[in-house]
Design a protein around this ligand. Structure first.
Ligand code: FAD
Length: 485
């Protein structure tokens, strides 16, 4: 065991040794090291203490002791944050509070369509538990093998089914959390009606660990998928894709996904995956991936999608389309979409932006913002892909060929990102659609406001956590001398 460096952290470890079950206190640097760097390997923190409680009572004991000793805590789940949200500060004065060992499903009620899952339950395990009862938790994302319930709640995660089921805000029926003063908020009973003032559950959702430590959540389940139809269409423009989206929404209430990608993204994926094939024969400027599901076996989503695609072809909205003829082909279509980030990374460095604008505005924004970036940063290439139906795309500006990655990330990305974010704000949008603010976007949120939002964020943070002990340096910039602001 390596000596603990920081005096207050050393005192915390000593105090907790008498309160926690064996194995909860980790000071071995080799065991802590994997949790000091974020998923994208852009942020590196320091910590000499990692705490891994087994239950809510242990979380409370940790929070009370940390508060008494003034030790900041960084809540951490699967550490899959895209914005450095779970990476401790570099000064080494915080302890990591890992929730991964709170991994029990306390109750699953298929009839009520509710599951009470602890914070450390991994999303893929939650999916499996629901499926065993012929139910589904209708939120999925690329990090499902790592992301935990606590992290999903705390980032208000989205994913590929938001179109039909919404983000975590709509899927969480109640939250259990330990607040910075050590009290327990128990929202698990999942009341359908509850008008006792401010909604604490909703405040904690998307709070990025700055207001409370989520220990469990009651989540909504839906029936397992009985059948699905997955289709690929070639379209001339984002406007044409929007016309198809509206057509599909009118005809198919169970439209779950509507993803748009430019041809260059598909080309990058096909170059990256040697065994992959383009779904359509000809070239198309833009591509759409559609999924419609059925909850009951008698429904035929394939026939519905086929009829709508035929009508769209007749109306000139699409140039060509293919309906997956098997589960394997459906998976192959999705693999193309899910490989875009990896494929584009292989083509060179890029400035990536997870942004949203009003849904109807998105087609124009995608075209005009890309043209503005290409003109402003000669040699770079900008394009967006993703959840058109949610008004949320991943807008990437790829560096000019031959650019030194170190120079690009240190010097150019901040300039490019400010330019893109200014365009987003001018379009009435958000600089963080689904990944959160973390430490990556905290300066941009400060810069772009708006003032009422910033004022409220700071006031709420100060009210909940006046000592700034929960996840310092994330989401809310609260300088110590700003106490009266
Ligand atoms: C490959 C990949 C694909 C992704 N795709 C999507 C996507 O499609 N849609 C989307 O919305 N997001 C996506 N994400 C990001 C997504 O937000 C995270 O994967 C997930 O929500 C975080 O879960 P986690 O358990 O890993 O949390 P962590 O990364 O450990 O933490 C995330 C934040 O939550 C806080 N936190 C974690 N646990 C708790 C807790 N118990 N109590 C209080 N605070 C806590 C942390 O302090 C941090 O601020 C993706 C990430 C990856 C790596």
């Amino acid at each position: 065991m390596t000596e603990v460096q920081h005096p207050s952290i050393e005192a915390l470890a000593a105090r907790l040794a008498a309160l926690l079950a064996p194995g909860a206190i980790v000071t071995d640097p080799d065991a802590i090291a994997p949790w000091l760097t974020d998923w994208r390997r852009r942020y590196h923190g320091a910590a000499t203490l990692l705490l891994q409680p087994r239950d809510t009572a242990e979380v409370r004991a940790i929070v009370v002791a940390a508060r008494a000793l003034g030790v900041p805590l960084v809540p951490q789940g699967g550490n899959s944050s895209m914005v450095g949200g779970a990476t401790p500060p570099a000064d080494g004065r915080a302890a990591i509070l890992s929730l991964r060992r709170l991994d029990r499903i306390r109750r699953l009620d298929p009839a009520a369509g509710l599951v009470v899952a602890e914070a450390g339950v991994v999303l893929a395990d939650l999916h499996a538990a629901a499926l065993a009862e012929r139910r589904r938790f209708p939120l999925s994302l690329g990090a499902k093998g790592n992301a935990t319930v606590g992290g999903l709640v705390s980032t208000n995660a989205g994913g590929t089914q938001v179109l039909r089921f919404g983000t975590m805000r709509g899927l969480v029926a109640g939250v259990e959390a330990v607040l910075p003063d050590g009290t327990l908020h128990d929202g698990l009973p999942a009341l359908k009606k509850d008008n006792r003032g401010y909604d604490l559950d909703q405040l904690l959702i998307g709070a990025e660990g700055t207001l409370g430590v989520v220990t469990a959540a009651t989540l909504r389940l839906v029936p397992a998928v009985a059948a699905r139809a997955v289709a690929w269409a070639g379209v001339a423009s984002p406007d044409a894709a929007m016309a198809l989206l509206r057509r599909m929404q009118r005809a198919a209430p169970a439209l779950e996904s509507f993803e748009l990608l430019p041809d260059e993204s598909l080309a990058a994926v096909l170059a990256y995956l040697p065994d992959a094939r383009a779904p359509l024969a000809g070239r198309h400027a833009w591509h759409v991936l559609i999924e419609v599901t059925a909850d009951v076996a008698d429904d035929d989503p394939g026939a519905l999608v086929e009829a709508q695609l035929a009508a769209a072809l007749d109306a000139g909205e699409i140039a060509d389309a293919a309906l997956a003829q098997s589960e394997a082909q459906a998976e192959a279509f999705w693999r193309l979409r899910e490989s875009i980030s990896d494929a584009e990374r292989a083509t060179g460095p890029a400035a990536q932006h997870d942004i949203s604008v009003p849904v109807e505005t998105m087609p124009r924004f995608m075209v005009e913002a890309a043209a503005a970036c290409d003109a402003r940063f000669p040699g770079t290439r900008a394009s967006g892909f993703g959840h058109l139906g949610d008004g949320n795309v991943h807008f990437h500006v790829r560096a000019a060929p031959g650019t030194d990655p170190a120079h690009w990330y240190a010097e150019q990305v901040p300039v490019v990102s400010r330019f893109v974010h200014d365009l987003v704000v001018a379009a009435g949008g958000s600089i963080s659609a689904e990944h959160g603010i973390g430490q990556m976007k905290i300066a941009e949120l400060e810069r772009l406001g708006p003032p009422a939002r910033l004022h409220a964020l700071r006031a709420i943070k100060r009210a909940f956590d006046p000592g700034q002990l929960f996840n310092p340096g994330k989401l809310v910039a609260l300088a110590p001398d700003r106490g009266s602001e």
